[in-house]
Write a protein of this length. Structure first.
Lengths: 328, 328
DNA sequence: CTGAAAGCGCTAACAA
DNA sequence: TTGTTAGCGCTTTCAG
């Protein structure tokens, strides 16, 4: 690997001059520039980013924290963050936190030592205390921990209301909800949205809300029980799509026909919803856009040194597929 | 951020001594060590990895190249690589290449400038020429491009044979195959395995192999056509699980009952297979293990400076679920 | 317009 | 056992 000195020597200039031409800084005579450029070409020189980072204290690197990339909600998000990082010439580090505060802070430390320039995080567990220690831009996604952090999310509560309204509009008269874990604020907002819509219905009954931990297995289990205990339920709003497909599975196992016999709607709009049979109706979030927006925001903040505190809310949209159908 | 000099000053020693205590190198008096440790504590000092990297020419960072993390085969792989990177105190960079050779080499360059220490790649398009330029350990996964690179894979051909045998054992008498893209060598091995088993059957017919590009949509399409054109087909071996669920979808749309009327088997063992209805029978690869093994190998090679050339083959395993069932 | 020189934070000879 | 020193490869004042 050639160094800047090799180039300088070959072009018979100082390293400062070479540096100027690579960075397009300061004045440099056209002819000199030409010589330098040729030398660079000839030696196949590329500047060493580590040295650059050391000098600048910046690494052109951003990190994304997700609970678990294996959860199908996150790959699309990760893809978006990586894409814009790339476009803006940043590199991208992915960290699976398992929602474990210890892992989170370990990562945070490790990355600060590497001069990471910014973070986008999906976390329910970062403390205000931790946040104070972070001196680079950070933006929260999907869930918000504290108030003192920029974020981009969707309106979970009103999205949920729309989901339930859709179920009603399709003729459901006994609507249950499988909810996510309490520690995730979006799960509690979704539950709240559900309650907004059903609380005052005379049929409502607290046994219509079951807990599904945002994953397939527990949701399937919960739906099994629910459907057995409350056979009159004719509509289920699952707190996310993964749980929605769990419900579908349970329904199939129990011989309940979807959508004729039971309507199911999820939340998120992950692509697995399209692939199951029947395809899952859902309140879709613009997942890619959210990730892209967040990445864009961090990088912009990094480059402007503008530690602004911004909160953005993206729209959710009803996507009707096969798991709900208007009854005639 | 405190530097090593701050610590040295506070402990009234030289930076060299501090360095010795952080790295556990060389001799240092117990008492001095104590003073240094306290100073570190007091200043909340952590060594700067960038400076370290610059000096050592190593970054303790490995990268994983995948075509697209959005494809559900890859998150688990990524998770494995990240986990072991982590365990061994390396950081992890994820790169989506879209199977684009330009993106691949762009990443390769960018990462070499950052002193990335090793690569694990899933690629069909890296040239021997490119490979020669890489001076750090690299290991290929899932697909192999050239011969001159270490790899960990499964035996796709014999796995396919097992898949087809399973279909036969379950009573299928007209077995079709939806295959992956030609540029992926595993796809061609799987096709070959299929042919090994059916080529000499008197019912065999070249219209029983359709192309599905390893994704849901095209596989669904291909299955639709296949099932319409060759209604006698009673078993389909999909080249991967994603295509398997595409086939399931097509079958449902066409009113073909799985498994009674049609058996379907996939390949890979990704988790979506469990979540669809009927759940997809598959030849499962030990995806996590493969990723973990690969990561382990690169890191070991990095640390031993042993540029060994190794090829490992992991076992595949039949996982029977609901999409195939023995006919009585 | 160009070069000399200092220094980003750390490590590793080499002396002492 | 400890300190001095010379860099790793780059950028950026500051002179010239």
């Amino acid at each position: 690997m050639a160094t800047i000195r090799d180039v300088a020597k070959l072009a018979s200039v100082s390293t400062a001059t070479v540096s100027r031409v690579i960075n397009g800084n300061g004045y440099v005579n056209a002819e000199t520039k030409q010589r330098v450029t040729e030398a660079i070409e000839q030696l196949d020189y590329v500047p060493n980013d580590v040295a650059r980072s050391l000098f600048k204290g910046r690494s052109k690197m951003i990190a994304l924290f997700v609970p678990d990339i294996t959860n199908p909600f996150f790959p699309e998000l990760a893809r978006a963050v990586e894409d814009v990082a790339n476009q803006r010439d940043y590199s991208f580090v992915l960290c699976n936190t398992d929602n474990d505060p210890n892992k989170e802070s370990a990562y945070l430390n490790a990355l600060q030592q590497k001069s990471a320039d910014g973070f986008v995080i999906v976390s329910s567990s970062i403390s205000e205390e931790q946040l104070k220690k972070i001196t680079v831009p950070m933006i929260a996604l999907d869930r918000i921990t504290g108030r003192s952090i920029s974020s981009v999310t969707v309106n979970n509560r009103s999205g949920s209301r729309q989901a339930v309204q859709h179920l009603k509009s399709v003729g459901c008269t006994r609507i249950a909800h499988i909810c996510g874990p309490e520690h995730a604020d979006n799960a509690v907002f979704r539950l709240r949205g559900y309650l907004d819509e059903v609380m005052h219905e005379d049929w409502f009954n607290s046994s219509y809300v079951a807990s599904g931990a945002y994953n397939f297995d527990t949701a399937r289990e919960a739906a099994m029980n629910l459907l057995r205990d409350c056979p009159e339920v004719d509509g289920i709003f699952a707190g996310n799509d993964l749980m929605g497909v769990g419900v579908l599975h349970a329904a199939a196992a129990l011989g309940r026909k979807v959508p004729d016999d039971l309507s199911v709607i999820g939340f998120d709009g992950i692509s697995i919803g399209k692939k199951v049979t029947p395809a899952l109706t859902t309140m879709a979030q613009p997942i890619y856009d959210i990730g892209a927006r967040a990445a864009d925001m961090v990088i912009t903040q990094i480059e402007n040194e503008a530690p602004a505190m911004i909160t953005e809310e993206c729209p959710v949209q009803l996507v009707e597929r096969q798991s709900t159908r208007r009854k005639d």
